[in-house]
Design a binder for this molecule. Structure first.
Ligand code: IMP
Ligand code: MG
Length: 183
């Protein structure tokens, strides 16, 4: 669905599907160049990164491998708890691998800082981060994110994989959820 289909539940559209696809193609060209001649493992963080992973991975011209990790830090609310729990671990041994973590959004940064530390201890050769969205004003810890799609204001957004209580993940655009939906 598009933002127009549920406009009564949204307050502002921040990034359209077309802008997302253009940005992912740009990022993919950079990643193709940066990892030329290297084996790259993309690690998607479930469930929010599913859409980014699907479109970004297919925008690449190189052959990569993919794995998934599920962590939870939010529960059903709209604020980061800082408590990270592994719900599904990787199937891949990271030893000697070039890892690119694919994320939907960097909010407080707490989830990623935890993941980065966790991955570093598993012996990866290199670890970088790609995030479609970032909320600079919400940062509680600094994350070195090499590939960022869009910096957005510090508001709760949904769409393109991002949910509110598991809803709106299938919205093609990224939009600010209208306060009346969760108030
Ligand atoms: P962080 O640990 O605060 O950086 O955020 C961790 C996770 O919270 C992200 O990967 C998202 O899945 C989720 N999240 C953060 N901000 C939002 C938002 O605005 N809408 C929906 N989910 C969000
Ligand atoms: Mg989430």
């Amino acid at each position: 669905m598009r933002a127009a289909d549920i406009s009564d539940q949204l307050s502002t559209v921040l990034v359209t599907e077309e802008e997302i696809q253009r940005k992912l193609a740009e990022l993919a060209a950079r990643v193709d160049a940066d990892y030329a001649g290297k084996d790259l493992l993309l690690v998607g963080v479930l469930k929010g990164a599913v859409m980014v992973m699907a479109d970004f991975a297919r925008s690449l011209q190189s052959d990569i491998t993919m794995d998934w990790m599920a962590v939870s830090s939010y529960g059903a609310g709209t604020k980061s708890s800082g408590v990270v729990q592994i719900r599904k671990d990787l199937d891949t041994d990271l030893h000697g691998k070039h890892v690119l973590i694919v994320e939907d959004i960097i909010d407080s940064g707490l989830t990623l800082s935890w993941l980065l530390e966790n991955f570093a201890s598993r012996g990866a050769e290199s670890i970088e981060v790609l995030a479609l969205l970032r909320k600079p004003e919400a940062a509680k810890v600094k994350i070195d994110c090499k590939y960022v799609g869009f910096d957005i204001p510090n508001e709760f957004v949904v769409g393109y994989g991002l949910d509110y209580a598991e809803r709106y993940r299938n919205l093609r655009d990224v939009a600010v959820l209208a306060p009346h939906v969760y108030a």
